[in-house]
Design a protein around this ligand. Structure first.
Ligand SMILES: [Zn+2]
Length: 290
């Protein structure tokens, strides 16, 4: 009996070896097209493919075949720089960042994102993007795809495109955590998005900002933001000064009755009138500076 058991194990491990070898053979791998179901025969290591039957462009993940699209860039590097400068001059960032930041590096790449179309419980469809590669700027997940701008990639784009490193299964598991079930997902695709990566130097620190090459949208996780501390400080100081002033009439009344109250009120309103414009000037100065 023990011999039979041993034989079974040997046979099993043999068949595993055989299967693995089969998978590595170029001709043995067959996958079905996500559009027409036609048999595709990718070569070893080939992930981008054009279906010979329906000419769909597909990406072959470990687990399945999905559509592959790209977003055509509409901005050249100069226009991307201009988009970045507008963001730097905007309200989110520290004053004059557009003039003070020194851009040290610019690079262009097609960044991979998993695109999911899913049906919400209210029957409405929604698109969701999940980064398909590691990025220091996770904000890119907030990217909104320009509608109708998904195109079929060419061999050149496939060559320039950054390969996905986050497996589709991982992205699907993440959707599961967000209570989006596999049944709700109507469409899965790999989308390569044109992205300019800018590195810039400000106040002895290097920051990274991404400019999406189709819409000019800017994405950054860390950036020199408008500081709130000085505003809180001036607000706190104002409250404290007026609280102190308000005690003058009370103290006056306690010390010498009605006349004391009168003097206290006089000091209070007089000082208040003098201090108010000073505080206002300080606040205005801080607002202009930051
Ligand atoms: Zn096909």
């Amino acid at each position: 009996m023990s011999i039979t058991l041993g034989e079974t194990i040997t046979l099993k491990s043999l068949s595993i070896c055989y299967n693995q070898r089969m998978e590595n053979l170029p001709t043995a791998t067959t996958v079905a097209c996500s559009q027409c179901g036609g048999e595709l025969h990718p070569e070893v290591g080939q992930v981008f493919l054009i279906c010979p039957y329906c000419s769909s462009t597909v990406y072959i993940d470990k687990s399945q075949v999905v559509f592959h699209w790209y977003v055509a860039p509409t901005l050249d590097e100069k226009q991307a720089r201009a988009a970045l400068a507008r963001w730097m001059a905007g309200n989110q960032t520290v004053k004059d960042l557009d003039r003070k930041a020194q851009i040290s590096e610019v690079s262009f790449a097609y960044f991979p994102m998993w695109l999911f179309k899913y049906r919400k419980p209210d029957e409405k469809d929604e698109l969701l993007l999940v980064p398909a590669a590691a990025t220091s700027v996770s904000e890119i997940k907030n990217l909104i795809l320009p509608p109708g701008d998904l195109r079929k990639p060419t061999a050149e784009i496939d060559h320039a495109a950054q390969a996905p490193t986050v497996p589709l299964e991982t992205a699907l598991a993440w959707l599961g955590q967000r209570q989006i079930t596999a049944e709700q997902i109507i469409e899965k695709a790999l989308v390569h998005v044109p992205v300019y990566t800018f590195k810039y130097f400000f106040n002895s620190r290097t920051y990274t900002a991404l400019v999406e090459g189709a819409s000019g949208g800017v994405f950054a996780n860390l950036f020199p933001a408008k500081a709130e501390a000085p505003f809180l400080l001036i607000g706190g100081a104002t409250a404290l000064i007026y609280l102190c002033l308000a005690t003058f009439p009370a103290m006056g009344a306690l010390q010498s009755g009605a006349s004391g109250l009168g003097i206290g009120l006089l000091i209070c309103s007089g000082a208040g009138l003098v201090i108010a414009p000073i505080l206002f000037v300080i606040a205005a100065w801080i607002a202009a500076k930051i």
